[in-house]
Design a protein around this ligand. Structure first.
Ligand code: UD1
Ligand code: MG
Length: 464
């Protein structure tokens, strides 16, 4: 490989398109797969490939896209494309970055989220033979909509957009993935020479091929698998890309020592961290911000999300912890080693201490539960009064009887016992018994039998 001339590589990520085919109020590149925006995936792949200079081109007044892109790598420069006049026009919105000079330029699309650092590296290396431009091509199952890559023995001769292509050109299966690499010395001149005489009246980045050829320069190409370079233009493609990403992430998890009984039913997030010998049962959904430590078991149909909207406290499932079936862990749920969270239990912003058990039908929110405490079935921490949230603290080894309501703010001392069915509004001292419910009346002997007799006579009289 030719050594860098010292000016480095620039990546320009185009993310200014409207994404009209998504039929969405949200910009296309902010739609998510595996819990991360499309543009976030691209920025991360670029940063992971070792490229330090990253420019992202966003549409007018798209501070949301700019912020999302900048969140995923250090030193991302954001440029605005004021009018959407095509992919070459968009690349030139980053002119100020390109004018600083670079050894190589790679242009990527914000709607191509499956690209890997290895493929970015391979595309840049394709310039090594002296080509001015290198194109990333692939053979999609359905080429409709993609630009066709027209080649001869010497390399790429043109890329024809679907809308501009003849029937013969449309029959070509080799398509443009959208990523393109340029020799830094020619990049700006080539981009500036691109015109807009085509079906859409746009400045097509793909015309860089013919411009380079006209300047007597070669255009190289490499191929990648569709699973890496498919573009997302509508919701069906969003789902297809999501599926491919899931396959990749699950494969990585399994290679790292995770057992999945029915992997195709498990959804994982881009940042899920798994320990060794974790077992994931069928139909589990894992959203962003979740860490699952060694030997933990996530039973079937559980839902774990560590980052959601403004809450990003994460979810930690400690080693050996069992979760579910049918459990829900929300941001800030931290389950220490050996804890247990059983069926139909929801945990939010709560620390569950080592060995503590919350086995059935319970809501624990804004709380801490001490080591080895036992929370009975149907316990609810009443953390919200319609305006503000309050905390519940449960000491180590405490025992909360079934169907108790703990009205926060409230503290249950270490080793205390709360009687079943209690509504606890006052703190309970360590090792005390608290019973807060209606007292049971003495039995009325024979009452039930007399009641049945009277009622069946009445019913019979009515039927006559
Ligand atoms: C583009 C390619 C096509 C390729 C396909 C691969 C061109 C002309 N066509 O078509 O050859 O097969 O991608 O997925 O390059 N964008 C801007 N500003 C604009 C227009 C687009 O920033 O003015 C951005 C979009 O946000 C998007 C990317 O560029 O991330 C590609 O635009 P899109 O409209 O999706 O192009 P395609 O029709 O998919
Ligand atoms: Mg596209």
């Amino acid at each position: 490989m030719r050594t860098d001339d010292g000016r480095g590589t620039i990546a320009v990520i185009l993310a200014a398109g409207e994404g009209t085919r998504m039929r969405s109020a949200r910009p296309k590149v902010l739609h998510e797969i595996a819990g991360l925006s499309l543009v976030g995936h691209v920025v991360r792949a670029v940063a992971d490939s070792g490229i330090g200079r990253v420019a992202v081109v966003v549409g007018p007044d798209r501070a949301d896209v700019a912020m999302e892109a900048a969140r995923h790598a250090a030193g991302v420069a954001v440029f605005e494309q004021r009018e959407r006049r095509g992919t070459a026009h968009a690349a030139l919105a980053a002119r100020a970055a390109l004018e600083q000079g670079c050894h190589r330029l790679v242009v990527l699309f914000g709607d191509t989220p499956l690209v890997t650092p290895a493929t970015i590296g391979r595309l840049l290396a394709a310039l090594d033979g002296g080509a001015a431009v290198a194109v990333l091509a692939f053979r999609p199952a359905d080429p409709a909509g993609y630009g066709r890559v027209l080649t001869d023995g010497s390399g790429v001769i043109a890329i024809r957009e679907h809308k501009d292509a003849s029937d013969a050109e449309r029959a070509v299966g080799l398509c443009n993935a959208g990523l393109m690499a340029f020799d830094g010395r020619d990049a700006l001149a080539i981009l500036d020479a691109i015109g807009s005489a085509n079906a859409q009246g746009e400045f097509y980045l793909t015309d860089a091929v013919e411009v380079a050829r006209a300047r007597g320069r070669a255009v190289a190409w490499i191929e990648a698998a569709e699973a890496e370079v498919m573009g997302v233009n509508d919701r069906a493609q969003l789902a297809a890309a999501g599926r491919l990403m899931q396959e990749r992430l699950r494969e990585r998890a399994m290679r790292g020592g995770v057992t999945m009984i029915a992997p195709e039913t498990v959804h994982v997030a881009w940042d899920t961290v798994f320990g060794r010998d974790v077992v994931i049962e069928p139909n589990v959904f894992i959203g962003p911000g979740v860490r699952i430590e060694d030997d933990a078991v996530i039973h079937a149909s559980s839902h774990l999300v560590g980052a959601e909207g403004k809450s990003a406290e994460g979810v930690v499932v400690g080693s050996g912890v069992h979760v579910g079936p049918f459990a829900r862990l929300r941001p800030g749920a931290r389950l220490a080693k050996g804890a247990k969270v059983g069926n139909f239990v929801e945990i939010k912003a709560a620390d569950i201490g080592p060995g503590a058990k919350v086995s059935h039908l319970t809501y624990i929110g804004d709380a801490s539960v001490g080591a080895d405490a036992n929370i009975g079935a149907g316990t609810i921490t009443c953390n919200y009064d319609g305006f503000l949230k309050y905390r519940t603290e449960i000491g180590a080894r405490a025992f909360i009887g079934s169907n108790s309501a703990l009205v926060a703010p409230v503290r249950i001392g270490e080793g205390a016992i709360v009687g079943a069915g209690s509504v606890v509004t006052k703190d309970v001292a360590a090792d005390a018994l608290a019973v807060a419910r209606g007292r049971q009346q003495p039995d009325r002997a024979g009452w039930a039998a007399r009641f049945r007799e009277t009622m069946s006579e009445r019913k019979a009289a009515k039927a006559r």
